[in-house]
Design a protein around this ligand. Structure first.
Ligand SMILES: Cc1ncc(COP(=O)(O)O)c(C=O)c1O
Length: 383
């Protein structure tokens, strides 16, 4: 048995329809969208449009032209931050953020941005009152991850959005671990900027991501070049979305992303999430007898996303992951999950945690195999 439990990094396998859509775009279409008047290019443009509409449908976005395709969540976060913020602006973020949000913020801070990092509790949950207390007259943005990639804590984004809008600031949500898992409605949840990977919960291929930009926001492009539009102008067009999708697009990836979203809508986002939740509950029961086991994140499992992070006293997480890989062909992520302040918050420095993240195709047998394997490995390492 070969078991993949690292869907929080990238989802695998993809639904069959995703592979077929990628192959169709590669073998049958082959052309670049918006770059020619011939049929292949027009079909490529139709694929792009349908994919944008699928994303809009999933997140209840009224106008699909407000969606920019990127190469991953990191690209979307960089565009959201570098494309809106100026020196002298104040941004509030949290200690639970991934480096893909934190590093661009730190680099903007070096250029004159004011940054406040609100400390989350030891369970990874952010208290919206602490965000409220951090507001300043020049607060222009509140930026938070919806679900922690380290411990799965689901943040109260509705309450944070209300604080943000009362202060007249932009609300940026890093949906890397929630897109495709939790229902997100950008309008009713007050999200101004939503950054999501296409290759995790949305079940698309690697090299896909997206940024939603609310209609009242104006972005500055961070990449300039060919857009297939306004070709006589030597200046970057600012039209949405083309002005922000410079260069040849990842058509096969975006075709696959559309198929991934269609799969999610067909199966039902709640049903898929419930499937993963059941598997995580099973894993938790299977691991519970292990002496020295600590599970991180909110105790209440309804406050946790589709991943489980744990440590075992006296057992190095990276060594355990290597044993699981080599002895059992089980793929899990170990160590620090690109979020050093989150590990500091949870008290899991320097060794980090072992994280399992099941997917739509993970079975109960695979989880039983995983739990048994952890028990055996922990015993072996402790001998
Ligand atoms: C919370 C969070 N934000 C951002 C990212 C970056 O995503 P990507 O690899 O698509 O750039 C990740 C990836 O693990 C993540 O978990």
């Amino acid at each position: 048995m070969s078991v993949y439990l690292d869907n929080a990094a990238t989802s695998f396998p993809k639904p069959e329809s995703v592979y077929q859509a990628v192959e169709y775009a590669m073998r049958q279409v082959g052309a670049s969208p918006g770059r020619g008047g011939y049929q292949r290019s027009l079909e490529a443009s139709r694929i792009m449009f349908r994919a944008r509409e699928a994303v809009a449908g999933l997140f209840s976005i009224p106008d699909s032209s407000r969606i920019i395709f990127t190469h991953n969540a990191t690209g979307a976060l960089n565009l959201a931050l570098h494309g809106t913020l100026l020196p002298g602006d104040h941004v509030i973020t949290t200690s639970m953020e991934h480096n893909s949000l934190m590093r661009p913020l730190y680099s903007l801070r070096d250029a004159g941005l004011e940054l406040t990092i609100v400390q989350a509790g030891p369970d990874g949950m952010v208290n919206p009152d602490d965000i409220h207390s951090a507001l300043r007259p020049n607060t222009r943005m509140i930026a938070v991850s919806h679900v922690s990639n380290v411990c799965g804590a689901i943040q109260p984004i509705g309450r944070i959005a209300a604080i943000c809008h009362e202060a007249g600031a932009m609300f940026l949500v890093d949906a890397a671990q929630s897109a495709g898992y939790l229902k997100i409605d950008v309008v009713s949840e007050g999200i101004d900027l939503l950054a999501a990977p296409g290759h995790k919960g949305l079940l698309g291929p690697p090299g896909t991501g997206l940024l939603y930009v609310a209609p009242h926001l104006r972005l500055k492009p961070i990449l300039e070049g060919g857009t297939g539009t306004d070709s006589t102008s030597l200046e970057q067009p600012l039209t949405m979305p083309e002005g922000f999708e410079t260069g040849t697009l990842n058509l096969p990836g975006i075709a696959g992303l559309k198929a991934g979203i269609d799969f999610i809508l067909e199966k039902g986002i709640e049903a898929l999430f419930q499937h993963e939740r059941n598997l995580l509950e099973q894993a938790q029961s299977g691991l519970r007898p292990i002496p020295g086991l600590t599970i991180y994140g909110p105790e209440e499992s309804s406050l946790r996303g589709s991943l489980l992070s744990f440590t075992i006293t006296g057992v190095d997480s990276s060594l355990l992951a290597a044993e699981l890989d080599q002895g059992f062909d089980i793929a899990v992520r170990a160590g620090l999950h690109c979020a050093p302040l989150a590990h500091d918050t949870l008290g899991t420095l320097p060794g980090g945690t072992l994280r399992l993240s099941p997917g739509w195709s993970t079975t109960s047998e695979e989880i039983a195999f995983f739990s048994d394997a952890v028990v055996q490995c922990a015993r072996k390492i402790n001998l």
